[in-house]
Design a protein around this ligand. Structure first.
Ligand code: ASP
Ligand code: MG
Length: 436
């Protein structure tokens, strides 16, 4: 007996049949003696279709009206789900984001949750109803409808699980869990049984498309155990949870490749204090996210340096504008843009306590004749920038090298590689960049 939050993604409510299937799961949880909150996405491709419809009207529709439009998708699914549950002889009530008291800031189309006034929802649960909540949407202080960004209903589910102190937060989707990498690129990819919040966050940021990144931040902050599983089968799926000691035995949990990047090189930048700050301030003021910054100083004439960094491809036009500004008004000699890059990354908390991880990855890329153009590392990630044409080959090579196709117990990597003394690795050391 407890409280369960179940979230169903768009594919899990894509038609009447799927809606009944999801309804059955909610009813089963209820009959098992639980209070049940169901969070839904819009049916199938509804959100994409609505965006396309808006495009036919306007190239840049007001963001407030975009939210008004997109929020309708989830409202359709919650009403139908409540009907399906009634039809099956049980009690349910559907609630929009506003009705459930989900208050966000006013940043339309990517709003952040500020607080949830859950008393109304609680009252319906006390009345023994299954409560169906529209994911992805909320209202700001002025009652404008807002949305949380694409994929945001995951975040609604985890946030509700947090405020309601739910005993379980189940994310139902069309895959049976989180995989070691994208199975479309590497057919040997394996389902991961348990993954830590930090690993999941890193994997999401380096290209794995599993859950809304914000939802994992929430889960970590409020320690919500998230179970990602299939809506079509009964497998246990993947648990995303706080790290426990045995997790470090696995060196690499997953690998991913991003091909939506571009690399920028600023040539001949003055080498004096404050210049880098000025350059990146210009990019930040236009909300450009930069990654993998590398500066080379030329020692023959130390007055000049090259600064390279990667950006999201979508920001390319904006970044070119900034680069032109830097050249014309800031003494930067020239700039180059390379759109044919990819970033291959491996992620695992075990890197903290094992050595030789980066070396093993570089060796795998080398053996596959893939040239490494940049390297970056953080505590639990090693990443390399490579030619985009090599992206799939690189992922396959790295996945095989770390034996990610094998069951955790059967991997030899953690055992054969030298482990650093645990006590040292455990300390909350400053997060400086280290050679792995
Ligand atoms: N329907 C929204 C989207 O497609 C939210 C979600 O699915 O989580 O992005
Ligand atoms: Mg959707």
């Amino acid at each position: 007996m407890g409280l369960i939050v179940q979230k169903f993604g768009g594919s899990s409510v894509a038609d009447a049949e799927r809606i009944f299937l999801a309804a059955r799961r909610a009813i089963k949880a209820k009959l098992d003696g639980n209070k049940v909150v169901v969070v839904l996405s819009a049916m199938g491709d509804t959100t994409d279709d609505l965006i396309e419809l808006a495009r036919q009207i306007s190239k840049s529709p007001p963001r407030r009206e975009m939210d008004m439009l997109l929020a309708t998708g989830e409202q359709v699914s919650i009403a139908l789900m409540a009907m399906a549950i009634h039809e099956s002889g049980h009690e349910a009530v559907s609630l929009t984001g506003a009705q459930v008291g989900l208050i966000t800031d006013s940043v339309h189309t990517r709003a952040r949750i500020q607080r949830i006034q859950a008393d109304r929802l609680q009252k319906h649960l006390d009345d023994d109803k299954i409560v169906i909540v529209a994911g992805f949407q909320g209202v700001d202080e002025e009652f404008n409808i807002t949305t949380l960004g694409r994929g945001g209903s995951d975040t609604t589910a985890v946030a509700l699980a947090a405020v309601l102190h739910a005993d379980a937060c189940e994310i139902y989707t069309d895959v049976d869990g989180v995989y070691s990498t994208d199975p479309r690129i590497v057919p040997q990819a394996r389902k991961i049984e348990v993954i830590s919040y930090d690993e999941m966050l890193e994997l999401a940021s380096v290209g794995a498309k599993v859950m809304h990144g914000r939802s994992i931040e929430f889960a970590k902050k409020y320690n919500v155990v998230v179970q990602v599983r299939s809506s079509l089968t009964d497998g246990a799926g993947t648990y995303i949870m706080a790290e426990y000691p045995g997790m470090e035995d696995i060196v690499v949990r997953g690998a991913a490749v991003r091909t939506d990047l571009a690399r920028v090189l600023l040539v001949g930048v003055q080498n004096r204090p404050g210049v880098a700050a000025d350059i990146f301030a210009r990019l930040a003021s236009r909300h450009v996210v930069v990654d993998d910054i590398i500066q080379n100083v030329f020692y023959e004439h130390e007055k000049s340096a090259n600064i390279g960094f990667t950006i999201n491809e979508d920001d390319l036009d904006m970044v070119k504008e900034v680069c032109r500004e830097l050249v014309s008004r800031y003494g930067v000699r020239s700039f180059e843009i390379d759109e044919n890059v990819a970033k291959i990354s491996i992620v695992g908390v075990g890197m903290r306590s094992h050595t030789g991880v980066a070396m093993k990855m570089f060796r795998a890329l080398g053996d596959a004749r893939i040239n490494i153009e940049n390297i970056s590392t953080s505590e639990i990630v090693v990443a390399a920038i490579i030619d985009r044409d090599d992206a799939e080959k690189a992922l396959q090579a790295v996945h095989a090298a770390f034996e990610l196709d094998k069951k955790a117990e059967e991997q030899t990597i953690g055992k054969t590689m030298e482990a650093k003394p645990k006590a040292k690795a455990k300390r909350a050391a400053p997060r400086k960049k280290v050679a792995k």
